[in-house]
Design a protein around this ligand. Structure first.
Ligand code: NAD
Length: 412
């Protein structure tokens, strides 16, 4: 059977998209191009306003300030999907969205390069004590010194967590003449000449710069504490742009005060203020050669543009093919479209026998299934199925009447 291109977007003209919180124009352009009707607003909306604004809207795009609550989801009868044009998805009640058949997407890797570049900048800045020198000159102190200042060439960078960011960082660091070693719990292919090490301890013993790029998990919580810092080379540097809970801040502060660690760059903290704050406190404030930034590792205009394009693409692919790859709250399904068939999407309660009931409906109509993929989690099942055009409406109507049905629609 021939796999066709995604279907023409004539049906897409009916799809209304509401983008809030001044999402990058790249998203508007991409969704517009797909044939969707896009409303772009600068502000976040409070619950009542959001409920009103969502009448007749199929796709909602938000960033971190709009709360998509259970009530919003219950009242947004037309809503097909939510795109978070950011990394976090806590602002959406994910389970409530799932049980209503609404997949939620985000863009977890669009800012990879931005983070990797900031680490490179910070390695050089730490090696040259740039933060301190700059602060001194701002204060009128002209302290010209080479003491404790180094090139990063031929130094060893130890990357903990060799995923998207870790790998990009390794490539950039090698281009600057650094040696790169990494430690990861999963087997990872080395990029360039980087070398895997068998343990965190081996990495800490070898690296001049330790840069953390792990996710927040029970294993990574407090992963770099007093005993790990003691294993780092005297005069080495620690960089954390991953998650705030990975480093035990009092242990790091003590090691900097004691001189064992020559400097640190920290972008993430165990507790961070929700919005802009001028009362933020950490024990690292005021310590020598410590660069502190307010969780801006991935915050660049380029990353925003990428996020806009990526989430817009995910939303339009879901809307036109039903694919849920990358959804944060939904079983992941992807089925190439088939020419000459209609696609039915069915979200159902995950109880035994649903597929049997669906297939019986099709058998009773004497029809064929030309493609079918089912994925489930503990609550729901998501079925994507291609059937002959002449029976698709009857199939949809019959499936919609099953007790297990949550949401069923025909795509094309
Ligand atoms: N500062 C920022 O603004 C910013 C921006 C983007 C991402 N981040 C954070 O950076 C981190 C890395 O992001 P990514 O996109 O590279 O993630 P990723 O999922 O691509 O890579 C994470 C890697 O860490 C490894 N890992 C997991 N547990 C480990 C452990 N206990 N020991 C060693 N390795 C382990 C995984 O196997 C994986 O290879 C995440 O915590 C993310 O939240 C921060």
């Amino acid at each position: 059977m021939k796999i066709a291109d995604p279907p023409p977007s004539r049906a897409n003209l009916r799809i209304k998209v509401l983008l809030l919180e001044n999402i990058h124009r790249s998203a508007v352009e991409a969704l517009d191009h797909t044939g969707f009707v896009v409303e772009h607003r600068r502000e976040a909306l409070k619950e009542d306003d959001l409920v009103r604004a969502l009448a007749g809207v199929q796709l909602l795009g938000i960033r971190s300030k709009t709360r998509v609550t259970e009530r919003v989801l219950a009242e947004a009868k037309d809503l097909l999907s939510v795109g978070c044009f950011c990394i976090g998805t806590n602002q959406v009640t994910l389970d409530a969205a799932k049980v209503r058949g609404v997949p939620v997407f985000n863009a977890p890797f669009s800012n990879t390069r931005s983070v990797a570049e900031l680490v490179v900048a910070e390695m050089i800045a730490l090696a040259r004590q740039l933060g301190d020198r700059s602060r001194e000159v701002h204060a009128g102190v002209f302290k010209k010194t080479a003491d404790g200042c180094h090139e990063i060439r031929k130094k060893t960078l130890g990357i903990v967590g060799y995923g998207h960011i870790g790998q990009q960082l390794g490539v950039l660091a090698e281009a600057l003449g650094m040696r790169v070693v990494f430690y990861d719990i999963a087997p990872r292919l080395s990029m360039g000449n980087s070398r895997p090490l068998p343990s965190l301890a081996a990495l800490l013993a070898e690296a001049d710069f330790v840069s953390l790029h792990v996710p927040e998990t029970p294993e990574t919580k407090g992963m770099i504490g007093e005993s790990e810092i003691a294993k780092m080379r005297p005069g080495s540097y620690l960089i954390n742009l991953s998650r705030g809970t990975v480093v035990v801040i009092p242990a790091l502060a003590a090691a900097i005060r004691g001189g064992h660690i020559a400097g640190a760059a920290v972008d993430v903290y165990p507790e961070e203020p929700e919005g802009k704050s001028d009362t933020f406190r950490t024990e690292l404030q005021g310590l020598p050669n410590v660069l502190l930034t307010p969780h801006v590792g991935g915050s660049t205009e380029e990353a925003q543009e990428m996020i806009g394009r990526e989430v817009a693409h995910t939303l339009s692919t879901f809307t036109t093919t039903g694919a849920t790859r990358g959804a944060v709250n939904f079983p992941e399904v992807e089925l190439p479209p088939y020419k000459g068939a209609h696609r039915i999407l069915n979200v159902h309660k995950n109880v035994p026998g649903v597929l049997r009931d669906v297939n019986k409906i099709i058998a009773d109509l004497n029809a064929y299934i030309v493609g079918q993929v089912l994925a489930t989690d503990s609550n729901i099942g998501y079925l994507v199925m291609d059937v002959a055009k002449d029976v698709s409406i009857e199939v949809r109507d019959a499936i919609s009447k099953l007790d297990t049905n949550i949401k069923t629609r025909i795509l094309f």
